[in-house]
Design a protein. Structure first.
Length: 299
């Protein structure tokens, strides 16, 4: 398998943030990492923790929890696919003029950024909730009440107490030894096309809940990057592991009627790779990445 990460044709075609674990993503044009170890701004910063599991999570010293503890795409894929969410980090200006979206801020005063979530019905586009400010207890309670009613399961909106985004409700337990749950999930669009052609069903890369979508690399070549460092834009990342897939990707968030047992299909059609699809990376050196940026590596 020839690695094409050094080719100018290997570049970013999509950047996505999932502010609330299990809800739909926001498409971004660029992302700036200001420190090593960061992930996308507010990516999976919030999660709908089942109330019966609330004692397992300490907001002061948060640790990784398995996705079975949450209301999310893994535990309720059909339900979660009914909703289209949008999220903005908004810095309220002191003069009361129109607020401008910002990527991140660590301020803890009255002018701290709002973290505004709106939920619409995916089919009708009717607004169902919001905008609610997830930076506030009342906003998080409103979100929890909404999904408790919709799911019939009592949930709370969990988040770490730090004003900075230090904890990500990620899906991989492989980061536990690092004591830092923050990762960047990378999906190769050419691998998506390869799988789609094999099973005869169109697939969209967003089904695999990526942060970064790449094109111009051979199918499955992203697995050769595990253990290697790459550069995207002026940021450097280390690819740390393959992504094991679960039932959470059985429903296409853009087409909820498209239901497939992707892990089973991967094992059947690609036994040398399945049930893995995508890779996790961590930021080694800060910088900005944007749509169209070339991917260089391994370094």
């Amino acid at each position: 398998m020839t690695l094409l990460a050094n080719s100018p044709s290997c570049h970013i075609t999509g950047l996505y943030r999932h502010a609330v674990k299990g809800l739909s993503a926001d498409e971004l044009s660029k992302v700036t990492f200001t420190n090593a170890g960061e992930t996308f701004p507010d990516d999976r910063r919030f999660a709908l923790l089942q109330q019966k599991n609330e004692a397992k999570f300490n907001s002061e010293t948060p640790e990784w929890l398995h996705k079975e503890n949450f209301l999310c795409a893994f535990s309720a894929p059909q339900l979660m696919s009914n909703f289209l969410s949008s999220y903005q980090i908004v810095n309220p200006p002191a003069d009361g003029s129109n607020a401008e979206p910002v990527q991140e801020s660590s301020t803890d005063n009255d002018n701290a950024p709002q973290r505004l979530l709106t939920i619409n019905d995916r089919d009708s586009e009717e607004k169902l909730l919001g905008p609610v400010d997830l930076a506030t207890v009342s906003g998080r309670n409103a979100l929890a009440s909404f999904f408790s009613e919709k799911s019939g399961t009592n949930v709370v909106c969990a988040t770490a107490s730090s004003h900075q985004h230090k904890h990500q409700f990620g899906n991989t337990s492989g980061i536990k030894a690092r004591k830092d749950t923050r990762t960047v999930h990378i999906v190769n669009a050419e691998t998506v096309k390869c799988v789609a052609e094999k099973i005869g069903v169109p697939l969209n890369p967003t089904r695999f809940r990526p942060n970064v979508v790449l094109e111009g690399m051979e199918p499955w070549a992203e697995f050769d990057l595990v253990g290697q460092q790459i550069q995207i834009g002026d940021a450097k990342l280390s690819v740390i592991k393959q992504t094991v897939r679960c039932e959470g990707i059985s429903v296409d968030p853009l087409d909820p009627e498209n239901v497939l047992d992707i892990p089973k299909l991967l094992i059947k059609e690609f036994p040398q790779y399945g049930p893995f699809f995508g890779v996790y990376a961590v930021v080694d050196e800060p910088g900005t990445i944007k749509i169209g940026d070339a991917v260089v590596g391994p370094l």
